[in-house]
Ligand binder design. Structure first.
Ligand code: MN
Length: 228
């Protein structure tokens, strides 16, 4: 098999404490999964109608790498989120079987061009240009679920230039991880290599050039970077 152009590189994430890497297939995201964040965005939470969107796998930025300030925005927002990495997939997966699909956990930023999102919302346009741009998905090294699992008490936080901007515990999530996997799998066939961003707590705000960020999923993963 040969290609007519060079094959694109396989996006991947490092694994904590291992030389092996996790190959990323797709990135799914849930919106409005923390009530206070939905409120700060002026949105109402419809528990029965979750909002999903996607980012391309090559939007990944790995831990410690500089984040290029994106094109076409003057309002780049951070959204710190727990990231779930799937080691197996399926369609129409029952919630009580969904936890078995999880390979591991990390922490990431669902970066958002908030100005473009506001335009998209006003015009009832899709969110792709607001959410799925280049370098829009910084993610930490992953930690295997066989080693450590988050609990409802696990803290999710983001500091920018040393000041805490976002902080919550996973108990504040509206849909838990098995619930998210079950719902997503009614819309898409999930597969090993998929990442799921599980929503952000309140406190989203703008990042500026030169800002340093530190995201943490307590006891599991950290992500550091700088906006270049
Ligand atoms: Mn988000």
């Amino acid at each position: 098999m040969s290609y007519v152009i060079p094959a694109p590189a396989q996006p991947s994430l490092p694994i904590q404490g291992s030389d092996q890497r996790f190959p990323v297939r797709r990135i799914f995201c849930i919106g409005r999964n923390y009530a206070e964040h939905a409120r700060e965005m002026g949105a109402t939470v419809e528990k029965d109608a979750p909002l999903f969107f996607c980012k391309p796998a090559d939007a990944i930025v790995t831990d410690g790498a500089d984040l290029p300030y994106p094109q076409a925005t003057a309002d780049l927002h951070h959204e710190v989120e727990m990231v779930v990495a799937l080691g197996a997939g399926g369609r129409d997966v029952a919630a009580d079987r969904a936890a078995a699909l999880v390979w591991g956990y990390g922490v990431g930023l669902d970066l958002t061009r908030r100005d473009l999102q506001a335009v998209a919302k006003a015009k009832s346009h899709p969110w792709d240009v607001a959410k799925a741009f280049d370098h829009s998905a910084p993610v930490s090294a992953l930690r295997a679920a066989a080693e450590v699992r988050p609990s409802p008490a696990t803290r999710l936080s983001l500091a920018v230039n040393g000041s805490v901007r976002q902080q919550a515990t996973l108990a504040d999530m509206i849909h838990d991880v098995p619930g998210i996997i079950a719902m997503l799998s009614t819309l898409f066939e999930l597969k090993a290599g998929d990442l799921i961003f599980t929503g952000t707590p309140a406190g989203v705000a703008a990042l500026q050039r030169g800002d340093r960020f530190h995201a943490e999923l307590e006891g599991i993963a950290t992500l550091d970077g700088r906006v270049a």
